[in-house]
Ligand binder design. Structure first.
Ligand code: GLN
Ligand code: ZN
Length: 763
């Protein structure tokens, strides 16, 4: 009898209900009690949707972030929010967002705004968590109220509850010691609180507790490995059974360690670590449960159930009752319900599974294991048909694209001359001043732009009407840039609502969902496009807009594209071919666009790779391979142009130190990066590497409404010039300006241009 369970359910709601409830509360349009009641309502709904499982997760719901929830449970609040006298939920939002709900006027004078907690990526997903803050004297104090209350709710609803918490070692691993203290020195103190917590959960009737330790899939040094042994020996006498959950990849050299920890069960990501299932069977003590994550919790494809059963049945025979099955990780990373999709192409839809469908797949597997495949013959046949249809579909496989990929050679990614020669030719053509000024691409997405787009999408504004509206916006941004006296112009991206979606919509091989939302952080969701087939470009995607913009001015107009690596990293991708191949296909498609732009007379082309660093694998040992194909894809995209054509790329805030050689390898003539908040320190990596090409270090933080002063920009550029020769420096904002208002953008850019002029007069 295989047991079924789930590691976590998407909390945002099938129609992003939680997002809207949160934002309404933050704006003061609803009360705290209403928000709390809505949270309970969502939890109830989600448990009902998981009713068929033997164990449903409790505590996976969070109003903002599960790591922040854990920080509150452990009483680990940053010092700056400790004296808040309002409601705990408001304090929670203060840590998350730097302020509480607007409605909590009462505390505005004493403890309103604080610095928000730092946010960073949750392992290799696009989910962002609030980083726990530590110092040498951090003390922990248990507050189990959230978990106790949710367990009671679950019990009242008859849910077989399995509380979910983040394990102590991963919790420390996720955090940062502001004073440089050794986080592991906090472990003994932390374990006392975990032991208390487990006791409370036992008292509340929990039999099993899922304790998440995804840090086990990363490279750990001996201190961290030892911490696992220490932690789980300390917790071994607790009265609950611990299911130690690992996910997001294989355990590799931590496999023995994880298998031998004194817990009642181990969960393994059997999608990404299938090859570890057999070794684990050998290491695992005879009393332990093995939970296998057999359904991919990170993508949106149907599982090949027959194939899973082929290898799972023998495991089931060996383990019997000791086998549990589940999705590979929490379903937080997939949309909720495919049944909401009414517009998705029926054929493509038949290949997909969102969270609810994945749980149904799990039930089919469980039934097949329990009573035999015959009992679910129809479901298995239906699944087989869908898997086969996808495998053989001409919509997935395009022989012309495959042929082009087969012919890829290094030549394709090679510029005609080296940077030094190109730079001379580009200077002669573009005739730019020293410290040339430019922007990163987008100008404010005004209410009028968004209105025109939604009218157009709803069919109330016709194509010519939409074109006229967007052209008017483009003209406006060109006129503003002229008035500002910028050197290299952009068209402003008025016609794009998202830098990936815009291209995905025009490429063959992409599909779009209506409700395929995935939480990115807090109330923020993204709707990743679905890359389902071989990628090709039926026709030019940006040329008309850019040509129009260029026709309005004698100044150089930058063509603006999103690079293949970023498109890939922000999409749901195929599981039937390596990411590298999908990336190369994207590269060939965007390359055609680059060459079309050049043919249209555009001599400066920016290819954004905002998400290149994000795609780095969890283990450093795999970085080289990723960087090799991702950089090569960029080079294929960019490097078909003439020497005179200047290629720009842009990257958002990244730690550049450990990837600087790869950045240099991209060989863009100019790279613009987000640096202003680092006080130009990010340039050290470029300096130490002797980065040879041009750099535009961002001189103003576009996330903030503050207007940077001319003096501040000059100061930043002087710091930049200490690291990079002045003749290779550009002056630009940190990133695109689409989230700002014109009223903020114009004075900021005026100061930026003035600063550049001042710098020029000094050389
Ligand atoms: N060109 C894009 C813009 O200006 C770049 C955005 C990004 O890097 N995230 O909006
Ligand atoms: Zn950016």
């Amino acid at each position: 009898m295989a047991i079924t369970h789930n590691l976590g359910f998407p909390r945002i709601g099938a129609k992003r209900e939680l997002k809207f409830a949160l934002e309404s509360y933050w704006k003061g349009l609803s009360s705290r009690d209403e928000l709390k009641a809505f949270g309970a309502e969502l939890r109830k709904r989600h448990w009902q949707e998981q009713a068929a499982l033997d164990f449903a997760p409790v505590g996976d719901f969070a109003f903002y972030d599960q790591v922040l929830d854990m920080s509150f449970t452990l009483g680990n609040l940053p010092q700056r929010v400790r004296d808040f006298h309002g409601d705990t939920l408001d304090n929670y939002f203060r840590v998350a967002r730097g302020r509480s709900a607007e409605s909590v006027e009462a505390h505005a004078h004493c403890c309103g705004g604080v610095a928000a907690g730092e946010m960073t990526k949750w392992f290799d997903t696009n989910y962002h968590y609030i980083v726990p803050e530590f110092s040498a004297d951090t003390q922990f104090r248990l507050d189990a109220s959230r978990l106790v209350a949710q367990l009671a709710e679950a019990k009242a609803l008859g849910v077989q509850a399995k509380p979910v918490i983040i394990g102590p070692v991963t919790y420390l691993w996720l955090g940062k010691a502001k004073d440089g203290a050794d986080r592991l020195s906090l472990l003994p103190r932390l374990l006392t609180v975990y032991a208390e917590l487990l006791n409370v959960l036992a008292e509340q009737g929990a039999e099993w507790v899922q304790i998440d330790e995804p840090a086990l899939v990363t490279e750990l040094d001996e201190h961290w490995q030892h911490a696992f042994t220490e932690a789980y020996h300390a917790l071994k006498s607790s009265r609950v059974k611990l299911l130690l959950a690992t996910y997001f990849g294989p355990l590799r050299d931590n496999l023995q360690l994880a298998s031998r920890l004194p817990v009642a069960g181990l969960h393994l990501d059997a999608v990404n670590a299938r090859s570890e299932v057999l070794p684990v069977l050998n290491y695992l003590a005879a009393h332990k449960v093995l939970s296998l994550g057999v359904i991919n919790g990170r993508n949106i494809w149907k599982t090949d159930l027959g194939e899973v059963l082929d290898w799972l049945e023998p495991v089931h025979e060996r383990l019997g009752e000791r086998l549990w099955i589940a999705p590979s990780c929490s379903l937080l990373h997939v949309p909720v319900d495919l049944d909401s999709e009414q517009k998705l192409d029926a054929e493509i839809r038949s290949w997909l599974a969102f969270a609810q469908q994945k749980l149904q797949e799990l039930q089919v597997l469980a039934a097949a294991l329990r009573v035999g495949r015959d009992a679910v013959k129809a479901r298995l046949a239906e699944n087989r048909a869908a898997i086969e249809a996808r495998r053989n579909s001409p919509r997935v496989h395009n022989p012309a694209v495959k042929a082009a990929i087969a012919q890829l050679d290094a030549q394709l990614g090679q510029r005609k001359s080296a940077y030094a020669q190109r730079a001379v030719k580009q200077a002669a053509l573009l005739k730019l001043p020293a410290f040339p000024t430019t922007t990163i691409g987008s100008f404010p997405q005004t209410a009028e732009i968004r209105h025109a787009r939604s009218e157009y999408k709803a069919g109330r504004l016709d194509e010519p009407g939409y074109q006229t509206a967007m052209r008017a916006e483009i003209e406006r941004s060109v006129r503003e840039q002229e008035a500002l006296g910028l050197d290299v112009f952009v068209h402003g991206e008025a016609e794009r609502n998202d830098m990936v979606e815009y291209f995905g919509e025009q490429l063959d091989g992409y599909a779009f969902s209506q409700f395929g939302w995935v939480q990115s952080y807090g109330s923020r969701c993204v709707k990743p496009p679905i890359l389902f087939g071989d990628i090709s470009r039926p026709k030019a995607m940006t040329i008309d807009w850019i040509k129009y913009a260029a026709s309005l001015t004698p100044k150089p107009m930058k063509g603006m594209l999103t690079g293949p690596v970023t498109i890939l990293n922000w999409s749901f991708v195929r599981d039937d071919q390596p990411r590298s191949v999908s990336c190369q296909q994207l590269a060939l498609a965007i390359r055609e666009e680059v060459l079309d732009l050049e043919r249209a007379g555009i001599r400066v082309i920016q290819i954004d790779e905002a998400a290149l660093r994000e795609g780095l694998p969890l283990r450093k040992s795999q970085w080289k391979e990723y960087l090799s194909w991702s950089v090569e894809s960029f080079r294929i995209t960019a490097n078909g142009v003439e020497d005179e054509t200047q290629i720009h790329t842009h990257m958002c805030y990244s730690e550049f130190n450990d990837i600087i050689a790869s950045i240099a390898d991209m060989d863009a003539d100019v790279i613009t990066i987000e640096t202003s908040r680092s006080d130009m320190e990010l340039l050290d990596a470029f300096d130490h590497f002797n980065y040879p090409n041009e750099i535009g270090p961002g001189v103003y933080d576009i996330h903030s409404p503050n207007i940077p002063s001319e003096a501040h920009i000059v100061q930043l550029m002087q710091k930049a010039a200490e690291r990079i020769p002045a003749e290779r420096l550009w002056v630009n904002p940190d990133c695109g300006l689409k989230t700002r208002q014109w009223g903020e953008v114009l004075p900021a850019l005026r100061n930026m241009v003035a600063a550049a002029k001042l710098l020029r007069s000094a050389v």
